[in-house]
Design a protein around this ligand. Sequence first.
Ligand code: SF4
Length: 251
Amino acid sequence: MAKASKGPAAAWLIKRLRSDVHKVTPRKRDMNALERVMALVLQGPEGSYSAAEKAVSSLKAHFIHWNEVRVSRAFEVADVLAERRVGNAPERAEAAQEYLRRVFGLQNHLELDWLYDASSERRAQLLDSIEMAPAHAGPVLDLDAMEEGDLIPVSTDMKRFLSRVGALPPSPGEKQVRSFMASQFKNKDFFANFVALQVQAGEVCDSKHPHCRYCPVLDVCPHGKKMLGKDAWSAALQDSGLAAKKKAARR
Ligand code: SF4
């Protein structure tokens, strides 16, 4: 029988990593890739996905084609959003038009459904080229691209992060990652859980330059403690408020 890991449990990790921005719902059937990415762009790194999705569906219902949104006057687009009570209408209208201009500028057309047949790396490349997509857009598209029967994608970033934090042994296989995360990848929040894990693994726990000082699991991570050194580790825990959490957990 495999020895139980002394590292953090999957449910505990996900609870620490999750934030409201990860609450992205699965793609609606009538939403194409151009619209899905637009919703993520309008959500940004901290906003609400449901508000951003409402902005996209409002524009879709009013304009005949996305090209019309691209070439309309800014106030016309903002008025549509304001009429439908979408918050930050002028800013969202500007972002929607800029996004459409960039996609058009890159491809000379606005069709993006090819993203779902592309590799994760190719999708990331397109998102980087747009220079407007938040960090969680890549993981969202990875899940969107799954077909029935596909296993949840496991990245090298996830393996590295789970190993560094002590949840899995060094160089774990995909099977070990899926087995460890099984409870979190199967429950009703699996979309948000996957996104939170991949953002942490790919952005915060970078392979060469992990951002340990700002990491939400620094208090339990042996690798982070070693990287920073004892004094800097203690100071980072104090600064981030994780020291208090660690103390409370001991009570
Ligand atoms: S503390 Fe550093 S090494 Fe550990 S999980 Fe966080 S970013 Fe990665």
